[in-house]
Ligand binder design. Structure first.
Ligand code: AMP
Ligand code: ZN
Length: 664
C-alpha cells in the first residue's frame, strides 16, 4: 500500500471510530489504539502535503486561528420559534393549523436543548462551513472551531452530492461544564456562569485548538435544502442519524396535541436526568409539504412551536440595589443578592429592568425575593415574599441623579428607561462610546483595549473618539503598563483605522439603534455622511428597513451640535466619511433584476468573491434553482442534480468567463 492509499484507509477507519466513540458512545478500539492511528495519519499527511484535506480526522485537534469571524449570509434563513406556555396555547395553534390545512396533522416532538444554534453547510457530502445564527439572515462563520467538535461529521456517510444545511444545537454537557469549572477554580479563575453561554462563547474563541479541548457536542435537529430531500421531519432526523449525526433519540412522532401534552408532561420531570440542559420542547408539523403550505411569519415558522418549561425559581435575600450606566446613558438597576443556587448555577445578581418594574414588584433592600432564570443571561426577580419583610422596611426610591456624574436623570414619555443626559461628560458613557468605537466590528483599532480606554479617559487625554486621533506617543507612555512598543502599537493602530470604510465608521459613531446592518444600508443609500446629515425624516424612512425609531434617532444625533463637530473632526483627520470611489465604481446595476445560482469551483475567484460580485452589480444570489433563476454560473464539479434542474427549467448555464463578461 502506498502512502496515498494508506492515508485514505486511515482516514476512513478513524472516521468510523470517531463516530462509534462520540456519536454512538460504543467504541470498539481503545483510546490508545485510536491515538496511534491518528499519529500515523498525521505523520503521513505531513510527508504528503498534497493530500491535505480540511475534513481529515487530523484536523479535529484544531490549530487554525481566526482573528476575524467572517459574516456570511445563510443559504436559508434561520428563524426563531414562537413560544407557548400552556396547553391552551398549543390547542389554539393546532386549531389555526387545522383551519389553514383543513385536516388534522401529525407532529414531531423534540426536546429543546439549550445551547447555541448552528447551521452547517455540506456540499457533496463534505463539511463546507459552519455559521452561527446571527440575526437569522447572516451569521459568523466559525468553521474552524466547529470542525473540532467530534460529533460533527466532517464527511457524511453515504452522501456524495448536493448542498444543504444541517441545523442543530451546540451544547456543553453538564458534566463537561462542571469539569471545566473545576479546573478554572483550581487555577484561581472565575468559574463560567452556565453551559449555554459557555458553549456559545467557545465558538468565538480565536484559537480552534482551545475549542478542541472543550467537550462540546452537536445535537442535530433539522435539515434545510431546496428542494427538500425528505417528506417528513421525522424521516429527516432518522436519515441524519444514518449520515453520522448525533440526533437525540427522544424525538417522537404523534397524532395530536393531546399526545404532545403527554410528551411535555413526561419530560418536564425527566429532563433533569438528561446529560444536557433543556428549556422546553419543540413541536413541528411533520409533513414538509404541509410545512410549506403553512409558511412563515416575519420571524418564525407557522409550522413549529416551542413550549417553554416553567423556569426554575429560587428564593434569596436582596442585599442592595445598585445602578449601572450604559454607553447610551441608559440606567439599569441591578439587584445584589445573597448567592443562591438556581438551575445548577450560583446567582449573585439579578436584573430589575427599570423603575416601573421596581415599583410594580415593590422590591426593597432586605426583602426575600424570588429569582427566576429565563432565557436571559442575568436572572430576574419575579416576586417578593412580603410576609418576611421587616417592620422598618421602606419603599425603594429610584435614584434621581446619575450615580456617576450626578446629573439629574430624565425619562422620555412612554419609555421605561431612565437616561443620564450628560452624554459628553459622564464617564461610563464616554468610555462606553469609545470602547464601541474601537471595537472589532467598528474601527477595529489594534493595540487599544477597554482597559487602556479607561486609563486614557481617567488621565484626561481623551474625552471622545475624535480625541484618539490627536494622541501622541509621549502622552501615552506615562500610562500604567504602557511599554514603548505598546505605545507604538496604539498610535499605529489608530493611524491604520483611517482606512476603515465609511459604513463601519458610521457604525462606530454609536448612533442609537444604528447597528452594523443599518449602518451598511445608510452608507449605500446616502453615500456620504454629509448627505446623511442633510437627510430628512422622510428621506430616512424611504430606506429599506429603516423605521421610525431609527430615523428619529439619526435625526436627533445629527441635530446635536457636539456630534456634528465630532463628525467634522473625523473628516479633518481623513477618515472615510463617504463611500470611496472604488466602492462606488464597484457598485453597478448591470445585473439588476437578475437572479443567479452559483455552483462548483472557479479558477480566477472564489465562490464568495463571485457571489459578492453579483451583489455589487445589483444581482441576487440564490441557493437553489427555480423558475425565477436567470442564470446558473457553473464552475468545475457542478453538482449533477443542479444541472438536471437547470435543464428542466430551461435556465442558461454560463461559465466563469461568460459571467465576468456580463459584469465587465
Ligand atoms: P428561540 O431562540 O427561542 O426562538 O428558539 C429557537 C431556537 O431553539 C433555535 O434557534 C435553536 O437554537 C433552538 N432549538 C433547540 N432545540 C431545537 C429543536 N429540536 N428544533 C428547533 N430548534 C431548536
Ligand atoms: Zn451620568
Amino acid at each position: 500500500m502506498n502512502d496515498r492509499e494508506r492515508i485514505i484507509k486511515l482516514r476512513e477507519e478513524l472516521r468510523e471510530h470517531n463516530y462509534r466513540y462520540y456519536v454512538l458512545d460504543k467504541p470498539v478500539i481503545s483510546d490508545y489504539e485510536f491515538d496511534l492511528k491518528l499519529k500515523e495519519l498525521q505523520k503521513l499527511e505531513d510527508a504528503n502535503p498534497e493530500m491535505y484535506d480540511p475534513n481529515s480526522p487530523t484536523q479535529r485537534v484544531g490549530g487554525d486561528i481566526t482573528k476575524d469571524f467572517k459574516t456570511v449570509k445563510h443559504d436559508f434563513r434561520m428563524y426563531s420559534l414562537d413560544n407557548s406556555y400552556s396547553s391552551e396555547d398549543l390547542l389554539d395553534w393546532e386549531n389555526r393549523i387545522k383551519k389553514m390545512i383543513g385536516a388534522p396533522v401529525q407532529f414531531t416532538c423534540e426536546l429543546k436543548y439549550d445551547g447555541a444554534s448552528m447551521s452547517i453547510t455540506y456540499e457533496n457530502g463534505q463539511l463546507l462551513r459552519a455559521v452561527t445564527r446571527g440575526d437569522g439572515v447572516q451569521g459568523d462563520e466559525v468553521t474552524a472551531n466547529v470542525r473540532t467538535i467530534n460529533s460533527v461529521p466532517l464527511q457524511l456517510k453515504g452522501v456524495s452530492e448536493g448542498r444543504f444545511d444541517v441545523r442543530g444545537e451546540i451544547v456543553l454537557p453538564i458534566d463537561g461544564f462542571n469539569a471545566m469549572n473545576e479546573i478554572r477554580i483550581k487555577q484561581g479563575e472565575e468559574p463560567y456562569r452556565n453551559p449555554r453561554n459557555t458553549a456559545s462563547g467557545s465558538l468565538k474563541l480565536q484559537d480552534s485548538a482551545e475549542v478542541a479541548k472543550r467537550p462540546l457536542e452537536f445535537l442535530m435537529y433539522g435539515i434545510k435544502s431546496e428542494p427538500p430531500v425528505f417528506k417528513t421531519q421525522f424521516e429527516s432526523l432518522e436519515m441524519a442519524r444514518n449520515w453520522g449525526f448525533k440526533v437525540p433519540g427522544d424525538a417522537r412522532l404523534v397524532n395530536s396535541i393531546d399526545e404532545v401534552l403527554e410528551f411535555i408532561e413526561f419530560w418536564d420531570n425527566k429532563r433533569h436526568d438528561l446529560p444536557y440542559e433543556t428549556d422546553g420542547v419543540v413541536i413541528k408539523v411533520n409533513d414538509l409539504h404541509v410545512q410549506d403550505e403553512l409558511g412563515y411569519t416575519a420571524k418564525s415558522p407557522r409550522w413549529a412551536m416551542a413550549y417553554k418549561f416553567k423556569a426554575e425559581q429560587a428564593s434569596t435575600k436582596l442585599n442592595s440595589i445598585s445602578y449601572q450606566v450604559g454607553r447610551t446613558g441608559a440606567i439599569t438597576p441591578v439587584a445584589n443578592l445573597e448567592p443562591v443556587l438556581l438551575a445548577g448555577t450560583i446567582v449573585k445578581r439579578a436584573s430589575l429592568h427599570n423603575a416601573d418594574q421596581i415599583e410594580k414588584l415593590d422590591v426593597r433592600a432586605g426583602d426575600t425575593v424570588y429569582v427566576e432564570k429565563g432565557g436571559e443571561i442575568i436572572p430576574k426577580i419575579v416576586g417578593v415574599e412580603t410576609s418576611k419583610r421587616s417592620a422598618d422596611s421602606v419603599p425603594t426610591v429610584y435614584i434621581a441623579e446619575c450615580p456617576e456624574c450626578k446629573t439629574p436623570l430624565f425619562r422620555t414619555e412612554g419609555e421605561a428607561q431612565h437616561y443620564c443626559p450628560n452624554t459628553m461628560g459622564c464617564k461610563p458613557q464616554i468610555i462606553g462610546r469609545i470602547e464601541h468605537f474601537i471595537s472589532r466590528k467598528a474601527m477595529d483599532i489594534e493595540g487599544l483595549g477597554g482597559e487602556t480606554v479607561g486609563l486614557l479617559v481617567e488621565a484626561g487625554l481623551v474625552k471622545n473618539f475624535a480625541d484618539l486621533y490627536e494622541l501622541k506617543k509621549e502622552q501615552v507612555i506615562p500610562l500604567e503598563r504602557m511599554a514603548d512598543k505598546s505605545a507604538d502599537n496604539l498610535i499605529n493602530g489608530i493611524e491604520a483605522s483611517k482606512n476603515i470604510p465609511f459604513e463601519r465608521v458610521l457604525f462606530a459613531m454609536g448612533i442609537r439603534y444604528v447597528g452594523e446592518t443599518v449602518a451598511k444600508k445608510l452608507a449605500r443609500s446616502f453615500k456620504s455622511v454629509s448627505q446623511l446629515m442633510e437627510a430628512s425624516y422622510e428621506d430616512l424612512l424611504a430606506v429599506e428597513e429603516i423605521g421610525e425609531k431609527i430615523a428619529r434617532s439619526i435625526i436627533e444625533f445629527f441635530e446635536n451640535e457636539e456630534n456634528r463637530q465630532l463628525v467634522e473632526r473625523l473628516k479633518s483627520y481623513r477618515l472615510h466619511l463617504a463611500i470611496s470611489e472604488e466602492e462606488m465604481a464597484d457598485h453597478t446595476d448591470k445585473l439588476q433584476g437578475k437572479s443567479f445560482v452559483v455552483s462548483g469551483v472557479f479558477e480566477s475567484l472564489s465562490r464568495n468573491e463571485l457571489k459578492s460580485l453579483i451583489e455589487k452589480n445589483g444581482g441576487k444570489v440564490s441557493s437553489s434553482i427555480s423558475s425565477k433563476t436567470s442564470f446558473v454560473v457553473a464552475g468545475a464539479n457542478m453538482g449533477p442534480s443542479k444541472k438536471q434542474k437547470a435543464d428542466k427549467f430551461g435556465i442558461p448555464i454560463i461559465n466563469e468567463q461568460d459571467f465576468l463578461h456580463l459584469v465587465s
